[in-house]
Write a protein that binds this ligand. Structure first.
Ligand code: UD1
Length: 417
């Protein structure tokens, strides 16, 4: 197992943001609906993507992945079972359920278990597919789905779900007639999935709104080459590096509108920005102000940025609060930040962060992807050395993390435990 050693560092410079993992995952699953070899550019080379590619390969797809470009042909798929050993390493494997069922009329996908941040059930995915005519049995830990054909209908999601919306969009492409999704997720990753489908001939209306209408078709789709959108969470994480170190830092290769919710919270914390078409620079401030954050579905403040802001709030001049509304157990980083000298108290869904704390390096444990990035941020400003154990979580979602941090001046070393 690997660990990261980070020393107190001064940072400056530029970071080029990679493609979005959470956009690439559904787009790779979408290739199951295609009849041609597809070329996708700007795919981040991170562990979660490699897990998804391993899954598609095990199903029988032909895959070539080099220099962030994927060539994939799903015509050779000869199995429709996503096994436990893959799904347990990555919950997003559930994204193959909709397209596999729609194309092959039968599939088995291991039921994802709970995870570090909460129970995370997939009941809404299942309920929606049942409404579209699927017969679903949960047996031996697997979701066994079958249908004669999927039939378009009206799906009202009880809760907004990102991968649930994506799964049903993909299933709807090969369903009979129109599928209407109400209370759909509006995250930029969902929008890109819809746009790519639309550009390639699928009739979709309401893109970017909470009501989507998808016209089913009988033919598989032919998909032209395209590029994955930049990763807004990676972008936000590096902006938080600039914020916590109170240093000038530029992020390039971004879509600024996707990170407006992140930038506006940093503005509330008294940071200012130079904004350009594809880049943003965070500028240092005289005083980091405390902030109140409530996580919410897009365009609200992203839960995937909550831990990083908590690290920044330890340096604010006053008391900040963060309320986590999406996941029930997403405060695992609090105990670790407190080990570094932070003063954070949890009361139910709300964390209260007392600012002006000098952090001091220590050994800490990474618990999930974004929690780990908060520890990296804290490590940059903690005095002495911070050692982060179980860093594999970080490599699930941050491409070239150590190199990117070294380039902006972070004294960081990846070592075997
Ligand atoms: C996606 C993102 C993840 C992000 C999350 C919320 C990917 C691969 N992952 O996860 O990084 O943190 O959105 O923005 O895109 N729920 C149910 N039943 C369901 C589905 C969801 O109760 O069938 C609940 C969840 O437990 C959670 C909430 O709905 O409380 C939102 O979850 P959801 O949007 O589905 O998250 P993911 O799609 O798994």
């Amino acid at each position: 197992m690997k660990l990261l050693k980070i020393k107190n560092s001064k940072i400056s410079g530029k970071v080029k943001i990679s493609g979005a993992k959470n956009a690439a995952l559904p787009l790779i699953a979408m290739t199951i609906l295609a009849k041609n070899e597809i070329v996708i550019n700007n795919i981040p080379n991170v562990a979660d993507i490699n897990t998804m590619l391993k899954l598609l390969k095990l199903l029988g797809s032909e895959i070539e992945f080099q220099n962030n470009t994927l060539k994939i042909n799903t015509n050779s798929i000869n199995s429709t079972t996503a096994t436990y050993d893959i799904v347990k390493t990555m919950r997003a494997s559930i994204l193959t359920l909709g397209p596999l069922l729609a194309r092959f009329k039968e599939c088995k996908v291991s039921l994802p278990g709970g995870c570090a941040i909460g129970l995370r059930p997939v009941d809404l995915h299942i309920k929606a597919l049942e409404k579209m005519g699927a017969e679903i049995l949960i047996e031996n830990g697997y979701i066994h789905a079958k249908c004669h054909e999927l039939v378009g209908c009206e799906i009202i999601f009880d809760k907004i779900t990102v991968t649930g919306t994506e799964n049903i969009i993909m299933a709807a492409v090969l369903a009979k007639g129109e599928t209407k999704i109400l209370n759909a997720a509006k995250e930029p990753e969902v929008v890109q999935l819809c746009e790519i489908l639309k550009e390639n001939g699928v009739k979709i209306e309401g893109i970017g709104t909470s009501t989507l209408s998808i016209q089913g078709q009988t033919d598989l789709i032919e998909i032209k080459p395209f590029s994955v959108i930049p990763d807004r969470i990676e972008a936000g994480t590096y902006l938080c590096a600039g914020a916590i170190a109170n240093s000038k830092l530029t992020i390039t290769n971004i879509i600024p509108t996707h990170i407006e919710n992140i930038i506006s919270k940093l503005e509330e914390m008294n940071f200012s920005f130079e904004k350009n078409k594809n880049s943003v620079t965070i500028l240092p401030t005289d005083e980091i102000k405390p902030v109140n954050i409530v996580t919410n579905e897009h365009p609200g403040f992203p839960t995937d940025m909550q831990a990083q802001f908590m690290a920044v709030a330890t340096q604010a001049n006053g008391v900040s609060t963060i309320e986590e509304r999406l996941f029930e157990n997403r405060f695992m980083h609090v105990a670790e930040l407190n080990r570094l000298g932070a003063d954070i108290k949890i009361n139910g869904k709300v964390a209260t962060i007392y600012g002006n704390k000098q952090l001091v390096g220590a050994d800490v444990m990474a618990t999930d992807l974004r929690a780990s990035s908060a520890l990296v941020l804290a490590g940059i400003i903690a005095s002495g050395q911070t050692t982060i154990h179980r860093v594999y979580h970080l490599f699930r979602g941050y491409e070239n993390l150590t190199e990117k941090l070294k380039n902006i001046g972070v004294d960081i070393l990846l070592e075997e435990e």
